[in-house]
Design a protein around this ligand. Structure first.
Ligand SMILES: Cc1ncc(COP(=O)(O)O)c(C=O)c1O
Length: 405
């Protein structure tokens, strides 16, 4: 690297994505030497052989000609109708078609909504651990991320007393990620209701990232936050990257729900911002109705004979054999966030652990610090490879921890 010339904005030095951070580039260098790396850093199903649903492929072929021009800045009408029906089917009604905005993935949606809501100096409550997109967006807006604890001893549910203690006059919004990345858990209704009460009392907007809501195991049921809090402003986010294994399509959306006047203001701001970027990719929008109608595809992944289910079982089976780790079983998504027990971590920390694991065992993982988690002893496993691959990976991780203890 040459000398820093101070050309770029100062804020750039404060944002980071460890998922594609330093270890990721080291892994690419190792691969260039012809050596294999098991990359468990990203939740990108297509790279592990998950293929596009047939329903989506057919819709794409049939509708492609309708996607040649810029479309409505909020998103194609047919796609927004399907999204409208989807969220109504999840039990909340306090929004209209005009409160739905489609973007290039929840990633772009996070950018739009944080730009619409945040002033420099505002504080935003974020979970710890947290998917780093949200922290980065807050920082990029000149606002301040304030982390609330998710408690491993209570199934990684947010600690609502801690949330209360963090509220100040500057608190503008609270982000919840449910089901969560990196812990994979589903929050209890009591927790969600407590957060709703806090938001109500302090007039805080809730941003609910629900991108994993269809990937829930064991017959459990995801409840949308907006369904429990119809009287307050809620932004619900979702997309097709995970449930339909379509990360590359860059398909995400948000729904603004709550009192009419609040919706008018937020959706008005979003309309301006969406207009500035002309339109989201129209091609991916053509498949939204077919994808949301195809519930079988996602169900087939999480059923007891489904790939995601079997991969999760294989991971748990091996994790259960390891004395050096403890973990909370995930209810949803394809992540688990184990803890290395203190007697096995000794002087080192999660960052050093991940670096050495990559160099010595050729497994790329994201350490807890990559999810803004302050205790230096966790890491995330992405359970997307086939069961036998995951099984071997967990065995190797266990060997590595024991060799280095
Ligand atoms: C919690 C969460 N939100 C948002 C995203 C981004 O999704 P998209 O592909 O829609 O940009 C991810 C991706 O991993 C995620 O885990």
């Amino acid at each position: 690297m040459g000398d820093i010339m101070n050309i770029c904005a100062d804020v750039i030095s404060r944002v980071n994505s460890d998922i594609r951070g330093k270890n990721f580039y080291t892994a690419l260098e190792i691969e260039k030497r012809g050596e294999k790396i098991l990359k468990l850093n990203t939740g990108n199903p297509a790279t592990f052989g998950f293929s596009m649903p047939e329903s989506v492929k057919n819709a794409l072929f049939q509708k492609i000609d309708t996607a040649v021009g810029y479309c409505d800045v909020r998103g194609m009408a047919e796609a927004r109708n399907a999204i409208f029906e989807y969220h109504r089917s999840k039990g909340f009604y306090n929004f209209s078609i005009d409160d739905i905005f489609i973007g290039n993935g929840v990633s772009e949606i996070a950018n739009l909504i944080s730009t619409a809501l945040l002033n420099p100096g505002d504080e935003v409550l974020l979970p710890s651990p947290c998917y780093s997109l949200w922290c980065n967006e807050v920082i990029l807006r000149g606002a301040t991320p304030v982390f609330y604890k998710c408690d491993e001893n209570y199934g990684w549910n947010p600690d609502t007393e801690h949330i209360k203690s963090l509220i100040t006059k500057r608190t503008k919004a609270i982000v919840i990620i449910n089901p969560n990345n990196p812990t994979g858990v589903l929050y209890s209704n009591d927790t969600l209701l407590s957060i709703a009460e806090i938001a109500r009392q302090h007039r805080i907007t809730v941003l609910s990232d629900e991108i994993y809501d269809r990937l829930v195991f064991d017959g459990k049921n995801h409840v949308s936050f907006a369904n429990l809090a119809t009287d307050i402003p809620v932004i619900t986010m979702n997309g097709l990257s995970k449930s339909h294994c379509l990360c590359g399509f860059r398909c995400g959306w948000l729904v603004v729900s709550g009192p009419a006047l609040v919706r008018e203001e937020i959706s008005g701001a979003l309309l301006k911002l969406a207009s500035i970027r002309l339109s989201a990719n129209a091609m991916m929008q053509t498949v939204i109705p077919a994808a949301l109608a195809d519930t079988e595809y996602t169900k087939s992944l999480i059923a007891e004979d489904g790939r995601l289910y079997k991969q999760r079982e294989a991971t748990f089976r091996e994790l259960d054999k390891l004395d050096c780790l403890s973990y909370v079983k995930n209810d949803a998504s394809f992540y688990v966030f184990p803890k290395i027990k203190p007697e096995f971590l000794k002087e080192t920390n999660d960052t050093v652990f991940a670096e050495k694991l990559l160099l010595q065992k050729h497994i790329l993982l994201v350490p807890g610090s990559g999810f803004l988690y302050e205790e230096p002893d966790h890491f995330r496993i992405v359970m997307l490879p086939e069961p036998n691959v995951l099984q071997k990976a967990v065995i190797k991780i266990g060997e590595f921890i024991n060799e280095n203890a």
